[in-house]
Design a protein around this ligand. Structure first.
Ligand SMILES: *[C@@H]1O[C@H](CO)[C@@H](O)[C@H](O)[C@H]1NC(C)=O
Length: 363
């Protein structure tokens, strides 16, 4: 249990520290003005929470700091405070689950948060009274203690104590670089410090993007990509924003990994994300496996596109009840420019060969 408590302590404190070190908006309390719109894969709740009054966003940011920088210390302040810590952490994670598609991260974080709840606390969840579940368990426990032979119990508890102590010393020893990292002004997130990759450091993102941009993949059947009359059609992803009229998805704890990667790609360039060119090549061949990761292929049942390009757009939530929302738009988007230029299958031959990727052949 102390192993789990130590784990949740450093997860939360690490996340809190990397934030105040990493981004000004955590210090001037404006981060939540941006977070709902710019998080990886917003959901419909985020759409509405984004419009909360400014003081509510300040309150949210302050609450985040309280939960990540103060509440973790409750673990070491006795049984009662530890339970308060557990309850607050579970509540915090549930709020995060409701307000965004952060995959399984929050569900996973709930697990070590439960380590503060002892039998007496959890007992409240089960029916009591003669013959009910709690009563039955107590009887089983009594019989076990009476039935077990004394020497075996003693040997067992010595062995268990020794293993626990050894594990405790090991974790304490492996925690030294983790604690040094927590104290360091150049704190890193998500890193391992030993070859066995145990007792690592985890952390949420320190910085918040201020603007949401999206890469929109498009294809055309036109022979000439630069002809003004060539019709470009959008590929639609399963969850990430694309068609402004499509409602944001609600998918937690499921994780659409490609959609998540597209979020990173959008604030970098295609040179940082060569896999996106790989994907473009697959789309140029109507590759069934790649298309199974997308929600809509505009070239379904047709020849593959002659050209595929990536366009860079800026996305903002429409205002609930506003003009765009009345037109059925959840998003307002504006084109920023190209993300990668129109590519044909022939164009990609050299690129694929030099990276030893199998050259996509239409099926
Ligand atoms: C493609 O279209 C552009 C713009 O209309 C034109 O300048 C160019 O010559 C065309 N290319 C070919 C190969 O037809």
């Amino acid at each position: 249990m102390w192993g789990f408590r130590w784990l949740i302590f450093r997860i939360m404190l690490g996340a809190g520290l990397i934030k105040i070190r990493g981004d000004r908006c955590w210090r001037d309390l404006t981060c939540m003005d941006f977070h709902y719109e710019t998080q990886p894969v917003p959901n419909p709740v985020a759409y509405f929470l984004h419009r909360s009054p400014w003081w509510f966003h300040r309150f949210e940011t302050l609450s985040n700091h309280f939960l990540e920088l103060v509440v973790p210390f409750f673990i070491f302040l006795g049984r009662r405070m530890c339970i308060v810590h557990g309850a607050l952490q579970v509540l915090f994670q549930v709020v995060l689950i409701i307000s965004g598609n952060l995959s399984f991260l929050n569900w996973l974080t709930i697990v070590p948060s439960l380590a503060c709840f002892d039998d007496a606390t959890l007992g409240a969840l089960f029916p009591s009274g003669p013959g009910r579940l709690k009563d039955q368990v107590l009887k089983i426990q009594e019989e076990e203690t009476r039935g077990a032979s004394a020497p075996r119990t003693r040997a067992g508890s010595v062995a268990r104590g020794t293993v626990n102590l050894a594990l405790g010393i090991l974790v304490a020893w492996l925690s030294i670089p983790v604690v040094l990292n927590l104290l360091s002004p150049r704190q890193v997130m998500n890193s391992s410090f030993n070859p066995l990759r145990i007792v690592n450091t985890y952390g949420a993102f320190g910085s918040i993007t201020r603007e949401r941009t999206e890469v929109i993949l498009q294809g055309t059947a036109s022979a000439n990509a630069s002809a003004p009359d060539s019709a470009w059609e959008d590929y639609e992803f399963k969850c990430k924003p694309g068609d402004p009229r499509r409602r944001p998805c609600l998918i937690s704890p499921y994780h659409h990994r490609l959609d998540w990667l597209m979020w990173f790609a959008a604030f970098q360039t295609y040179e940082h994300n060569e896999w996106i060119i790989h994907l473009a090549g697959k789309l140029l061949a109507n590759d069934a496996q790649a298309l199974s990761l997308l929600a809509r292929n505009p070239f379904e049942g047709r020849d593959p596109p002659r050209w595929v390009r990536g366009e860079h757009y800026r996305y903002k939530f429409s205002r609930p009840g506003g003009r765009h929302a009345a037109e059925g738009k959840w998003w307002i988007r504006r084109r920023l420019g190209p993300y990668f230029p129109p590519l044909s299958r022939q164009d990609l031959r050299g690129y694929f060969t030099s990276r030893q990727w199998p050259y996509p052949e239409p099926e």
